[in-house]
Design a protein around this ligand. Structure first.
Ligand code: HEM
Length: 419
């Protein structure tokens, strides 16, 4: 999205989030944002942050309502240009990135969003996802088998990272030999989404987008000529209502699926296992009762949310908790804060593996609710069961470090040993 030409301080907005410790660029905040989230929820639940020009919203009820509010949008480009919205258009060298991002489901609003979501949803019906189970079990079995003989390894690099990449690449029909390219492209592409991304990071994101799109365009061309039994071939085919995706839309959304499949799932599993190692009683309960896995998956996503913040543009004035936010402003919804709100969850700071109901917003809500949620839940369920059943003595080998990123919050590595 375009950068702001001017960010005016809003003294009328009350306490500034930075005064309460909100510091997405600070490693200490990234490592443990929860005490700051608690203060924000209590003292300044809707607070203007002059540093980013965003309104920080932290209460569960507000985040949840905002996600369903059609006066807010993931983009404004369906109603205005960057200039009309008072923003500078991104510089031309970023075009390879925006040419992809502006066609992705996640950055569209109706009617384009409705058309693309309907076409993509064909691959994520409960039946379609369930049909992937044997393949996912086989992928996890292979990966767990490969680490089972090691005494020490990195749970992230050696097991968790290759896993969702393999699943989505398999779904899309990306040739085995090319898969090593995907993870680096995906990691570089998503650098653009970080708050305070540097120019160097943005350049890397633009270069990776161009390479990623060129690679997939070639594959899409092949699938149009010789369709196979894979998601890319399905995406180039029109839906029942006669809706269709252009090649550029297929490429952009294949990138979205690969990115979503990599980043959030990897960070989700990494954060979850770090939390389990810090809560030995919960880990012991999961080992004794692997059938807890489905509720544990959701509770661990609530407890340490891997994608803790998503933004919305204000398309028409809205009032949240008595604060009027004018059209044109931007809101940063804090899913991580909402998911620890004691007003929505009893014992919100405790890890309760059989928590039910669990109205967390780790997958969002409303029209952009995570399309891949059924797949992510199945992947994590299979992974956690395999880990507790096949590696029952797994333990933390060293204190892990957090990556210096807030928007996609996860660990650099998770050193473990088989005791
Ligand atoms: C634990 C793993 C995951 C988490 C925590 C997660 C989280 C989210 C969230 C919060 C959103 C909504 C963002 C917003 O409202 O602004 C979203 C959207 C989306 N996710 Fe996921 N996701 C995960 C895994 C996946 C997977 C595995 C896929 C597909 C392979 C996927 C595909 C998508 C897509 C396509 C959207 C856009 C939906 C739309 O705009 O209509 N996600 N995800």
């Amino acid at each position: 999205m375009g950068s702001r030409t001017s960010v005016s301080p809003r003294p009328e907005a009350g306490v500034a989030p930075r005064d309460l410790g909100y510091a997405p660029g600070d490693p200490a905040f990234v490592a443990d944002p929860y005490p700051v989230f608690a203060r924000l929820r209590e003292e300044a639940p809707v607070a203007f942050d002059p540093a980013t020009g965003q309104w920080i919203v932290t209460r569960h009820a507000d985040v949840s309502a905002a996600l369903r509010d059609r006066r807010l949008g993931r983009t404004y480009l369906h109603v205005a240009t960057h200039e009309e919205w008072g923003h500078e258009a991104p510089p031309e060298w970023q075009d390879p990135f925006w040419d992809v991002a502006r066609l992705q489901l996640l950055d569209l609003e109706p009617p384009d969003h409705t058309r693309l979501r309907r076409l993509l949803a064909r691959a994520f019906t409960p039946r379609a996802v369930e049909a992937m189970r044997p393949r996912i079990v086989a992928i996890v079995d292979d990966l767990v088998g490969a680490v089972a003989d090691l005494r020490e390894f990195d749970l992230l690099a050696d097991l968790v990272e290759p896993f969702p990449v393999a699943v989505v690449a398999d779904m899309l029909g990306i040739p085995e030999a090319d898969r090593r390219l995907l993870r680096p492209w995906s990691a570089e592409f998503t650098l653009m989404f970080e708050i305070d991304a540097t120019d160097d990071q943005r350049r890397r994101a633009a270069v990776a987008s161009g390479d990623f799109a060129a690679y997939l365009s070639e594959l899409v061309r092949e699938r149009r000529e010789r369709p196979r039994d894979d998601l890319l071939s399905q995406m180039v085919h029109p839906g029942e209502a006669g809706d269709a995706m252009s090649d550029a839309e297929v490429v952009a959304n294949a990138i979205l699926l690969l990115n979503a499949g990599h980043e959030a799932t990897v960070n989700g599993a990494g954060n979850a296992w770090f939390a389990l190692f810090r809560h030995p009683a919960a880990l012991a309960a999961l080992r004794a009762h692997p059938e807890l896995a489905p509720t544990a998956v959701d509770e661990l996503l609530r407890f340490d949310t891997p994608a803790p913040m998503f933004e919305r543009w204000v398309l028409e004035d809205v009032e949240i908790d008595g604060v009027t936010i004018p059209a044109g402003d931007e809101i940063a919804l804090q899913f991580g804060a909402a998911n620890r709100d004691p007003a929505a969850f009893a014992d919100a700071d405790a890890l309760v593996l059989d928590r039910a109901p669990n109205p967390h917003v780790a997958f969002g809500a409303g029209i952009h609710f995570c399309l891949g949620a059924p797949l992510a839940r199945l992947e994590l369920d299979i992974l956690y069961r395999a880990l507790v059943e096949r590696l029952p003595t797994l333990e933390l080998a060293a204190e892990p470090e957090w990556k210096p990123r807030f928007v996609l919050r996860g660990l650099r590595a998770l050193p473990v040993r088989i005791a």
